[in-house]
Design a protein around this ligand. Structure first.
Ligand code: GUN
Length: 292
């Protein structure tokens, strides 16, 4: 069993990007500039956005944090997005999800200029992904593809079962793994909350990507020997014995599944850290495209 170490791999990627930033600087170019928009004070969102901004500083990107109040109107948020769309000094930006209930998320995502959509959530970029064109891939699925590639995990002709059909993980993951070329060429089954007998599918899978958000859902008796496990779950579970008052749990019962697996991502330290690294990679790509 080999651990797919997302913490180390993400650090490697950040170092590679930092080298490119130094080269850009040495050639008198402009360094990439990422902005992150956060609405309200959701604890997990603040943590994620905080690490996105810190990572930018770490690798020499410019970054801007746009903090907006929870009760901002949809109209005011759209105005802010329009400002970022047209800010020539900015290469890319993200609007951290989820948004407060009074704001129509779809309307916001549609308003983002696809050329600055480094999250890859705009329908234009999602379509480009499906059509195998150059684009910004959604960061979490992109990070998983990168982990599979760097650890040389075979995907061609393998049966991959993706659990969960969210717009930001499960659905794009199912598309990427079925695309032509490595690390794709996989036969993909997408299972979800309406699937009957999920374990019938997981037992057949060579590769399982779980993005369900149910702590320790996948047990050892639901997988076959030699399976590759990618755990995207990050659920906060109350734990009074922990100083933070919670622990982070994945979708996979690591104790029973890991002995049967050939490769497995830990939680934390697996997919999570890769997400930020790939967002930075997308921002670097946005800068390069703008410099063409
Ligand atoms: N919320 C959870 N994951 C993400 C992400 O990758 N991007 C944004 N913008 N919001 C998120």
């Amino acid at each position: 069993m080999q651990i797919l170490d997302g913490k180390k791999t993400s650090e490697d990627i950040k170092k590679e990007i930092a080298v490119e930033v130094q080269e850009i600087k040495a050639n008198g170019g402009k360094v990439p500039h990422l902005a992150a928009v956060i609405v309200g004070t959701n604890g997990a969102s603040l943590t994620y956005v905080g690490s996105k901004v810190r990572s930018c500083e770490q690798i020499g990107f410019e970054s801007t944090l746009v903090s907006l109040p929870e009760d901002i109107t949809e109209e005011a948020l759209l105005a802010k997005i329009n400002e970022l769309n047209t800010d020539d000094n900015l290469d890319g930006f993200i609007v951290q999800l989820p948004l407060p209930k009074h704001i129509d998320e779809e309307k916001i995502l549609l308003a983002i200029n696809p050329e600055k959509d480094v999250d890859g959530f705009h329908p234009t970029n999602f379509g480009r992904m499906a059509l195998e064109m150059e684009t910004f891939l959604p960061a979490t699925p992109y990070g998983i593809m990168e982990l599979l590639e760097r650890y040389k995990v075979e995907t061609s002709g393998k049966h991959t079962v993706v659990i969960g059909r969210s717009h930001i993980v499960g659905r794009p993951m199912s598309i990427l793994l079925s695309r032509k070329g490595y690390p794709g060429d996989s036969t993909v089954t997408l299972v979800h909350s309406r699937t009957k007998n999920i374990e019938e599918f997981t037992k057949m899978a060579d590769i399982i990507v779980t993005a369900l958000g149910v702590p320790e859902f996948l047990k050892g008796d639901m997988v076959k020997d030699g399976v590759v496990i990618i755990d995207v779950g990050i659920t906060r579970v109350d734990d009074a014995s922990n100083p933070k008052g919670y622990v982070i749990k994945g979708d996979v019962d690591f104790a029973s599944v890991s002995p049967k697996s050939s490769f497995i991502t830990p939680v934390p330290g697996g997919v999570g850290p890769m997400t930020i690294a790939m967002l930075l990679k997308n921002t670097l790509l946005a800068r390069k495209i703008r410099a063409r």
